[in-house]
Ligand binder design. Structure first.
Ligand SMILES: NC(=O)c1ccc[n+]([C@@H]2O[C@H](COP(=O)([O-])OP(=O)(O)OC[C@H]3O[C@@H](n4cnc5c(N)ncnc54)[C@H](OP(=O)(O)O)[C@@H]3O)[C@@H](O)[C@H]2O)c1
Length: 274
C-alpha cells in the first residue's frame, strides 16, 4: 500500500471518480485522502464516499497536508489555484494535473522551485473505472513520480505513458474527448433502430451492447479493426451495403476531422496559458 497522503483539489466529476477509484483499489486509505472543494453540499456528499476521508474548503491546507496534490479543477481557475498553493509547495511533494491543455512547463513556472509535475488526460469513463489515461512527466518528475501517477490512474482504467508533451493534446482530442464521439454514434444508432421500427429501449440496448461486444472483440483478439471489418462483410451482404453508405458519407473523414479539431483546441487552451 502507498504511504503518501493525497489531496484532490476540485471534487467535481473527475475528482470524485478518482477518489472512488483510488479507495476501491485500496492503494490509499481514507485517512490518507483529502478533498478540497468550495461547495459545502458537494463536500458533504464527497465525505460519504468513505468513512474517515478528509475534506477541506482550503486548497492551501489540503496542499500543505498532502504529499501528492491532484488538480481536478477547470482550466480557467488553474492560475489562481497554483498561486494559492505555491507558498506551501516543496520539491518533496508532487502535483498531478488532469486539467485539459495546461502544460507541465506552465505549472512548474507558476509553482516555482523544482516541484515534480505530471500532466494526465483521463476520460469520463473513470466513473465506471474503464478510463483510458495518458500521463506525461514534467522536467522534475522521475520514474518514482510516474509510478505514483500510474497507480492513481490504473485505479480507474488503463494507462499509457507519453514522453513528448505535445502529444497530450492529441490524446485529449482522441480519448479525452472520445466518450463524446461514442455517445453521438450511439445516439445515432439508437435513432436508426427507431427509424427501422424498434422501440427506443430495445434500440438503445442493442446499440450499446453491440459497441461493448465489438470493442471487447478488438481488445481480446488484438486484431486490427480493418481485419474484423473484412470478417463481417460477406459478398453481397448487409454489412457491405451499409459500409458503402458510410464511406459515401465520409464517416472516417468526419472522425478524423473531429479528433484533429479537438487536439488543436487543447493546444490553443494551453497556449493561452503560456
Ligand atoms: N470530465 C471529463 O470528462 C474530463 C476528462 C478529462 C479531463 N478532465 C479535466 O478534469 C478537470 C475537472 O473536470 P470535471 O469534469 O471534474 O469538472 P467539474 O465537475 O466542474 O469539477 C471541478 C470542481 O472544481 C471545483 N472548484 C471550483 N473552484 C475551485 C477552487 N477555487 N478550488 C477548488 N475547487 C474548485 C468545482 O466546484 P464548483 O462546482 O463549486 O464550482 C467543481 O466541483 C478539468 O480541467 C477537465 O479538463 C475532465
Amino acid at each position: 500500500m502507498n504511504k503518501k497522503k493525497i489531496a484532490i483539489i476540485g471534487g467535481g466529476n473527475m475528482g470524485e471518480a478518482l477518489a472512488r477509484g483510488i479507495l476501491q483499489t485500496k492503494w490509499a486509505t481514507p485517512d490518507r485522502m483529502m478533498i478540497a472543494e468550495p461547495l459545502k453540499e458537494r463536500v458533504d456528499k464527497l465525505k460519504g464516499i468513505a468513512h474517515g476521508i478528509k475534506s477541506s474548503h482550503s486548497n492551501v491546507d489540503a496542499a500543505g497536508w498532502a504529499d501528492v496534490i491532484l488538480l481536478s479543477i477547470k482550466p480557467q481557475i488553474i492560475a489562481h489555484v497554483l498561486d494559492e498553493i505555491k507558498p506551501v509547495m516543496k520539491d518533496s511533494k508532487m502535483v498531478v494535473s488532469v486539467v485539459a491543455g495546461v502544460t507541465t512547463a506552465y505549472m512548474e513556472k507558476r509553482l516555482g522551485g523544482k516541484v515534480p509535475v505530471i500532466r494526465a488526460m483521463p476520460n469520463i469513463a473513470a466513473v465506471v473505472r474503464e478510463a483510458a489515461t495518458a500521463i506525461c512527466p514534467g522536467k522534475y518528475a522521475n520514474e518514482e513520480h510516474m509510478s505514483v501517477a500510474r497507480h492513481i490512474f490504473e485505479s480507474v482504467g488503463m494507462v499509457v505513458d507519453v514522453t513528448e508533451e505535445p502529444l497530450m493534446d492529441s490524446v485529449t482530442g482522441l480519448s479525452g474527448t472520445g466518450p463524446m464521439y461514442v455517445f453521438q454514434i450511439l445516439e445515432g444508432l439508437s435513432d436508426a433502430g427507431v427509424k427501422v421500427g424498434l422501440s427506443r429501449d430495445m434500440a438503445n440496448a442493442l446499440a450499446v451492447q453491440t459497441l461493448i461486444g465489438s470493442s471487447k472483440l478488438i481488445k481480446e483478439t488484438k486484431e486490427h479493426p480493418a481485419k474484423l471489418k473484412d470478417l463481417v462483410t460477406s459478398p453481397g451482404g448487409t454489412a457491405i451495403s451499409a459500409l458503402h453508405s458510410l464511406e459515401k458519407n465520409g464517416l472516417k473523414a468526419l472522425l478524423i476531422d473531429a479528433v484533429e479539431v479537438a487536439s488543436k483546441r487543447s493546444s490553443e487552451l494551453g497556449s493561452k496559458k503560456e
